[in-house]
Design a protein around this ligand. Structure first.
Ligand SMILES: Cc1cc2nc3c(=O)[nH]c(=O)nc-3n(C[C@H](O)[C@H](O)[C@H](O)COP(=O)(O)O)c2cc1C
Ligand SMILES: O=C(O)C(=O)c1ccccc1
Length: 388
């Protein structure tokens, strides 16, 4: 079996034939290309965050405070980047974070299906947002043999929540990722200045519009009266969850429950004590609250109290070295967010697959050069240090 790092050889070999990568291999050039190519309202929504975007910038910058320490004289000719999660072995330690507007990031409006095909082709799992342009059942089919996760935005209406969860379970998703930090939208100046919020224009509401419970709340089906369907969506969108709700969530599904948005170690301890199946350390990419600490700077504190409960991580991951650092700080798996969407916008499924392959190639080559043949070695004490 080849290594993820072999993608580097493939790029050089193509170069010898005069074929250059159609989508850049690094995050900065990728983002610049996406800026030039994406429709401004979609770009603003994806690229933007809260307030003056200090937290989202800090998420990226803070990775520089952490440095890997190389080991020598280790046989690294073979690397193993596989991980275990919920009793399943995944070939790579990364996943696609849930991105609610994935659907509108391809010109055909079926970005969720394109991302699912990327997952099928690469084996990188996808977290499918509640906010999708195609119903979760269709996205699940496009995932092929790669396991998928369903990200739940818990509606105020509990029957609707239960319906979404039971559909996810029937469709074959392997976990329910409950997002805790987005029952209300944070203050997003770019979208406010453009007066644009995609959901309020009816984008990415397919999971609601196809849901029998949601439809039963409407006098007329969404196809006949979309405006009322959108208002109904907005009225039921976000339930404030408290710890008591975890028992309810666990009671409505036999799937593992992942709590997304945890940064405080006391919350992580409570999640582990209350039987969450995984903790997802994230600050939503700085899209929900500005002024927050970089998520990566909270990761080891969260891991320290999580005990045997796996900790997933995202927010600011832009490269293979970011992935390895998050693994070294104790993450079980690491989410890639905005970069895969930029790849999708630039070149559809091929572009997004390329972005993920580049991140994996860099991670693999870093482990090779740094003398860490497995993720267990990366997690060994001393692999990463905080630096000024
Ligand atoms: C455009 C966009 C839409 C998002 N939609 C969702 C969503 O539907 N559900 C969710 O849990 N998180 C959502 N997120 C947050 C991501 O899952 C992830 O936490 C974030 O993108 C990490 O930050 P990064 O992309 O800067 O690394 C969204 C993020 C972006 C950029
Ligand atoms: O844009 C987001 O980050 C997101 O996930 C969202 C979804 C619904 C309402 C507000 C934010």
């Amino acid at each position: 079996m080849g290594h993820y790092g072999d993608y580097q050889n493939a790029i050089y070999a193509a170069g010898l034939r005069g074929v250059l990568p159609g989508v850049p291999v690094d995050a900065a050039t990728l983002e610049a290309r996406a800026e030039a190519a994406m429709p401004p309202h979609v770009l603003n929504y994806v690229q933007g965050g809260c307030g003056d975007e200090h937290t989202q910038d800090e998420n990226v910058a803070a990775f520089r405070h952490w440095g890997m320490v190389p080991r020598m004289m280790v046989d690294c000719t073979s690397r193993d980047l596989s991980i275990e999660l919920f009793g399943h072995t995944y070939p790579s330690p990364i996943f696609m974070s849930p991105i609610g507007v994935t659907g509108i990031c391809t010109q055909d409006g079926h970005g969720d299906l394109a991302a699912a095909r990327v997952s099928a082709a690469t084996g990188v799992p996808m977290m499918v947002s509640t906010l999708a342009n195609d119903p979760m059942e269709d996205v699940a089919t496009a995932l092929g043999d790669t396991p998928g996760f369903f990200q739940l935005y818990t509606p105020k209406n509990k029957e609707l929540a239960e319906s979404l969860v039971s559909r996810a379970e029937k469709a074959g998703y392997k976990a329910i990722v409950v997002t805790l930090d987005t029952w209300v939208t944070g203050w997003r100046p770019r979208d406010l200045n453009a007066g644009n919020f995609p959901q309020l224009r009816g984008a990415v509401l397919a999971n609601y519009f196809t849901d029998p419970v949601f439809r039963s709340l409407l006098a007329k089906p969404p196809e006949e009266d979309p405006a009322t369907a959108i208002t109904t969506w907005a009225a039921t969108f976000g339930k404030v969850l408290t710890w008591d709700d975890l028992d309810w969530l666990k009671s409505i599904t036999s799937l593992p429950i992942v709590l997304k948005g945890i940064c405080h170690p006391d919350d992580a301890r409570r999640a582990a004590d209350h039987g969450a199946d995984a903790i997802y350390c994230s600050n939503h990419g700085g899209r929900q609250a500005n002024g927050g600490i970089a998520a990566i700077d909270m990761l080891s504190d969260v891991v320290d109290v999580a005990g045997a409960t796996p900790v997933l991580f995202d927010s600011g991951v832009r490269s293979g070295s970011d992935v390895v650092k998050a693994l070294a700080l104790g993450a079980t798996a690491v989410g890639v967010g905005r970069p895969f969407v930029y790849g999708l916008a630039l070149d559809g499924a091929d572009g997004a697959a390329h972005v993920l392959k580049c991140i994996l190639a860099e991670a693999d080559l870093l482990m090779a050069v740094n003398g860490y043949p497995t993720i267990a070695d990366v997690r060994a004490a001393g692999a990463v240090r905080q630096q000024a």
